[in-house]
Design a binder for this molecule. Sequence first.
Ligand SMILES: Cc1cc2nc3c(=O)[nH]c(=O)nc-3n(C[C@H](O)[C@H](O)[C@H](O)COP(=O)(O)OP(=O)(O)OC[C@H]3O[C@@H](n4cnc5c(N)ncnc54)[C@H](O)[C@@H]3O)c2cc1C
Length: 481
Amino acid sequence: MAESKSVAIIGAGIFGLSLAVALQDRNYKVTVFDRSQYDENGYDPAADGVQAASVDHNKIFRASYGTKLHYQRLAIEARKAWVLGDEKHGFSEQSDLSNDQRLFVGSGMLRVQPSDVLGALEKETLANMERDGLRDTQFIKGKPEDHRRAEQLGWKDKLLDFEIPQSSPASTYEAVLDSLAGFVRCSNACAYYQNIAADKGVEFCFGPDKGAVKSLVKSSSGVHSDKERVTGIKSKDGKLHNADVVVVAAGSFSTQILPELSYFLESSAGSLATFKIDPANTELWDKYSPERFPVMTWKSVPRDSSGKDTGSIYVLPRTPEGLLKIGYRGIKFTNFQPAPESTPFTQDGQWSVPLPPEMCSQLQEPALYAIKQFVSIFLPEFSGVPFDSTKLCWYTDSLDNSFLIDYVPTYAENSVFVCTGGSGHGAKFLPVLGEHAADIIEHGDQSASYMRPFWRWRPEVPRRNGLEEGPGGPRDISHIS
Ligand SMILES: Cc1cc2nc3c(=O)[nH]c(=O)nc-3n(C[C@H](O)[C@H](O)[C@H](O)COP(=O)(O)OP(=O)(O)OC[C@H]3O[C@@H](n4cnc5c(N)ncnc54)[C@H](O)[C@@H]3O)c2cc1C
């Protein structure tokens, strides 16, 4: 029998874990490296120094993807897997939503519109839902027949009403409740999948010495005279680890490990803030529970009356610990720094990389302003209440918002594979992403995955999605570092 191929995966976040499980199932010999001590901290979002988008209490699950049918299909596939996983632990889809043992919480999501009528984007989303036979899962607040349907199906109480400030005559925001959506308990899901992977035989090297990857080990290729091949990785403790394939799945740090990714990816920061609800305050505890409160997203009208852009904001139901998390994504902040000399793609010699963890606990003024506006309208009990925590959390934005999952053609013999580019929407795919990625590792262009064309190495695609902006713009906060 042929010896199974060895794969070294750099990064034990959602992308690395999902791929590790799928490859192990296909009889690869998998070792995962991560500089965070996840075996000790259990992916605790409060653990010191951890910087990973996947390490967070919760992330939104949605299947509404506008015209991107392939992502909608993948989200539905993932939803089935999340629900099945929870069922194995005794939870039906709508039972015991507050229980912290469940990983998927179908709390629903209320898409609050910028005004008292449906926005253009919303109409497009609903049209796509209609086309795909999913319209029944969506409830428009202002539509009597939808309201009635929501009542029959037990969703009416989540069609929340919010008054539009200074509206005359007084009116409320239009909203659409998406009963397919909700959230996933992200850190718990990582800890769970890490355990599954370890049980299946995946090896893990964690921590700042044996888990941190310092460099890729390269040698000349016996097959291609003009390319090097990668033969393994070198960890911070100086050890060499050989592997047939090295996978870079290091999220917003991927470009620093593999500068060839610099054209395709950019690190940018989302802004998160939490309030803490005391369980003794039963009124708030119940009001913001996943049983009573949906995920809420709001895209404000471009400018408020003071002329400031409040952008796009969301809030998730409280966690079992009582944390109410708000996220601001109106501006994704960049941190442009000089790039190493040999970096293939830079903007004025620079690239955006994550700020060090100790500089990630303060939010920028536009984010604070927008969150305060949001709180005053939608979470009035928390107006003027100090945050329990604030944090910059780093996205790995790709040039077109689609993931990057493919071999890196600059290296010989398919020795380097990349699995990243989560771009602010990767967490929901944890249970299924790895299967698609593993199929691409095995079969390349012949992969049966319907995601193959969207995730491939794509140097011909222009840099959009904010990556065209470069240093010095209003998003660039490098001056604080
Ligand atoms: C603010 C924010 C909000 C988001 N909201 C949502 C949402 O609502 N819904 C959704 O589906 N998705 C959401 N996402 C996206 C989702 O969180 C990401 O797509 C996903 O978590 C990315 O996982 P990853 O494994 O690629 O990266 P990460 O989770 O960042 O993991 C990368 C890992 O690599 C490790 N690493 C880095 N460098 C090295 C090294 N040199 N050696 C060893 N290890 C290393 C890190 O320690 C880390 O553990 C959001 C992202 C952000 C930032």
